[in-house]
Design a protein around this ligand. Structure first.
Ligand SMILES: [Ca+2]
Length: 434
């Protein structure tokens, strides 16, 4: 909804780093002159300026990430040298009698804390999202009031927004297309065939955006639904982590970000609630419907054409920013050679829509679908309905996420996961039958 936001945040990071480094440099200068008395700003005090110490501390503690930061944001390098020098001078008294491992560790710890403090006090612009729930709801209510004023007589056959708490929808026309990828397509997977015609003989509505944190919060507030407290994240290894959920997926999210750490069961619970509250037939999309709406009439490898680098205009994937600034490396990110402006997830609608006017059909977060997993299109339905095969403990997902390179952002790319599994790159989008 605010395209330049990510770029601005990234710029804010770089400016913030320089500014914080200047502040910290001043503090260090004071420390160095402390023999002349006057206030001394200890590293601990600087650290208290931080916003998300865990995230930034982890980022700084990771030697590889630190090296990337120094290379990417050269402004901080002189200050790191300054910290090193002053830390060593401060530690001179400790060196009497020789520096043993314990003393060296103290010095190293001081250096680490100082570096983390610089980053923590400067990355505010990137990671700090104050609780925006009330502001988000107020904005939604105002926008819905405007929508209702423009559509004063809701007709259940054409109305596309049921209320401020609920997702905005876009009507998609009936049509047909060829599902799957040609054998010659780069990075094609065997499960993307056999190609076959799918005829969707009905128009239906699709969420303009993926379901957001704010929308999911309205559901949880109404139902007290428990979406768990464990989610697969990549924080020093991809593994299930306690204390992680749709509110805290391992990185900071505002109300306009796509909800992640969703299992298929969570997505189903949401659409069941949405249908009950609105009286309308909401549901997840089928896999055939998803490829249809993501392609939006295109026949190319990507919904925007055949150029993978053009992904950065349409899809928030693993880009150069993710590669440079993502604090954890275990995902083995192979980045696209462009900048989409977002290290992790992005507020929905930040990038360009597809030809149906849908945003984030590719990248940002994978979307859970209603199909049971089918490792081939043999026996797949051709009328837009979901595959209801034997393997319903696994369900299909589409679209790719902020962790993925272009091979995963192709229109035909498929994925599956176990129904109850929550990962911090899996979310969903809803459809409505008319
Ligand atoms: Ca990205």
């Amino acid at each position: 909804m605010n395209a330049p936001l990510g770029r601005r945040r990234l710029a804010g990071l770089i400016v913030g780093l320089a500014a914080a480094a200047a502040v910290f440099g001043g503090a260090l200068a004071q420390t160095a002159n402390s023999a002349a008395a006057g206030p001394v700003m200890a590293p601990a005090a600087v650290a208290s300026m931080s916003v998300d110490k865990t995230l930034i501390g982890d980022l700084w503690a990771n030697q590889a990430a630190r090296a990337v930061l120094l290379r990417t944001i050269p402004e901080i390098a002189p200050f790191v040298e300054q910290i090193k020098g002053i830390t060593l001078r401060q530690s001179a008294p400790m060196s009497q009698g020789g520096l043993d491992d314990a003393k060296l560790k103290v010095i190293q710890d001081d250096f680490d804390k100082a570096g983390a403090a610089i980053l923590a006090s400067s990355v505010t612009a990137v990671t700090a999202h104050p609780d925006d729930t009330a502001a988000w709801l107020k904005d939604r209510q105002a926008r819905f009031a405007a929508y209702r004023a423009a559509h004063p007589n809701p007709d259940s056959q054409t109305d596309l927004w049921d209320g401020a708490d609920y997702p905005e929808m876009v009507m998609v026309p009936a049509g047909e297309y060829t599902m799957g990828s040609p054998v010659a397509e780069a990075n094609r997977q065997a499960n993307e065939g056999p190609r076959h015609r799918v005829r969707i003989g009905y128009s239906f509505a699709v969420g303009k955006y993926p379901i957001t944190v704010g929308e999911f919060a309205r559901f949880v507030e109404d139902t007290h639904y428990d979406a768990g407290d464990k989610c697969f994240t990549d924080e020093g290894g991809v593994q299930p982590k306690g204390g992680r959920n749709w509110r805290r997926p391992g990185f900071d999210q505002a109300s306009t970000h796509p909800v992640v750490c969703m299992g298929h069961n969570d997505a189903e619970a949401y659409v069941t609630w949405l249908s009950k509250k609105t009286g309308h037939a909401y549901r997840l999309l089928s896999e055939a419907e998803y490829e249809y709406v993501a392609r939006a009439g295109t026949r190319t490898a990507y919904s925007w054409g055949d150029d993978p680098v053009a992904a950065c205009a349409y899809a928030n994937g693993a880009d150069m920013d993710t590669q440079a600034l993502y604090p954890y490396r275990a995902l083995g990110l192979t980045a696209n050679t462009c900048h989409d402006g977002f290290v992790v997830t992005s507020p929905v609608g930040s990038l360009k829509p597809n030809l149906f006017g849908l945003y984030d059909t590719t990248g940002n977060a994978w979307s859970w679908l209603s199909d049971c997993w089918n490792d081939s299109y043999d026996g797949a339905p051709t009328d837009g309905s979901a595959y209801a095969g034997r393997d319903c403990g696994r369900r299909s997902l589409r679209g790719g996420s902020w962790t993925n390179n272009p091979s995963y952002l192709r229109a035909a790319r498929r994925n599956w996961s176990v129904v109850g599994l929550r990962l911090n790159f899996d979310g969903f989008r809803v459809a409505r039958t008319y």
